[in-house]
Design a binder for this molecule. Sequence first.
Ligand code: CLF
Ligand code: SF4
Length: 491
Amino acid sequence: MGQIVSLASLTSAKSTEDMRKALEGGGCASSSCGSSDGPSDMAPEIWDKIKDHPCYSEEAHHYFARMHVAVAPACNIQCNYCNRKYDCANESRPGVVSEKLTPEDAARKVITVANEVPQLSVLGIAGPGDACYDWKKTKATFYSIAKEIPDIKLCLSTNGLALPDHVDEIADMNIDHVTITINMVDPQVGVGIYPWIFYQHKRWTGLDASKILHERQMLGLEMLTSRGILTKINSVMIPGVNDHHLPEVNKVVKAKGAFLHNIMPLISDPAHGTHYGLTGQRGPTAAELKTLQDQLSDGTKLMRHCRQCRADAVGLLGEDRGQEFNMVHVPETVTYDPSKREAYREIVAKERGEHVASKEAAKAELRTMSADAKVLVAVATKGGGRINQHFGHAKEFQVYEVGAFGITFVGHRKVESQYCEGGWGEDAALDGVISTLEGIDVVLCSKIGDCPKDQLTAAGIVATDDYAHEWIEAGLTAWFAAAHGDVALRA
Ligand code: CLF
Ligand code: SF4
């Protein structure tokens, strides 16, 4: 068994050997949901495009990082979940304001991050307005960074209205990943989401606005997929507005060739000052989101590992290193040094092989179990695919459904305040963690004290550190076999 992986130790690793040591005992979480498909599930050229993209491959998100640069402030529509004071809520958490950058600043920042963060594989532009409407800045930024760091993947996110005007340039610039936020395919539904759009020098409202937006989104999607550009659809799930309509959206975007569908829960905190926030529109519960996702399992593959990240996010999904790379920390002149990224990639390539073998073994073992049992397991992990985090330090838990059918990655549960902050346990925080874990049967972590364990037991949740530092799949399977061994089918 390897040592505990610390992704922080990877990013601060000074040498290839340090990185290798940090990764041993590390790895990644897996699942059998759509976006976790591996090389055997798709054409090699598609796998090649997604294998290092943390949003397009669930497996990759444990190894590779993205960063966003906020170069595109202008927007051409109004969404009811957006307050223009903040960044584009289509691709980032509302209520977060990023530092606006010029394309030149952005280039310096990306090179600085690439020199420091070996996991960096993707540069995304997701606003803070609309990347296609503010196209000149988006284009200038991608152009200069692609020249400096040719192997970085370029990714953009858009509301779709201006998209058809730029698809040819997107293809020419090798932007292989585009996200369109599509919340409806019936303009009548859109009336409740979009108060206005600005199109062809004119402001449109009501059904007219929705119709135009819908037509442009569909056209943009078709144009992208016909050029082989991988297109992800983001949909914001808004209870009572479009939740019942999203299966239809899923069906339509699948028919038009979308690669992935990411259903994001509406965040409508009144403090963010959005229309929905101020009018009391609620977001969906975790259970409602899961029910909808389960309903869609036959449609376009689902992304379930989205973290609704900050608009100036830097790092692995779920990790927030944006503040470390504010412009005050970025040198005036900086030269790209590929050595850290190259060394990291070599190590990850090896590590992934071992992890895939472990997942296959886990799958085979589970197939020998009774088909009846099915449990929801929350795993505390710092990344690297291992059960390697103390219960009290977890800022989020990765949730898996486990049964004879295999292991399905369900999503993550964010912890508002960690149980053990500052070295001792806080009872009030534990209550919060327990309510975060509602519906979970089992918690696997690398360490847990008797007190929180007892309180979890009282809440009907089994917690154990027996599988500390195991690959996640191996630990899940071992726990499942121990708990359901009496009904195992094998001789
Ligand atoms: Fe950024 Fe979006 Fe590209 Fe990823 S994010 S532009 S596809 S590189 Fe990813 Fe963040 Fe979710 Fe977006 S976790 S909010 S899906
Ligand atoms: Fe806000 Fe983005 Fe919608 Fe524009 S597209 S209104 S920036 S959420």
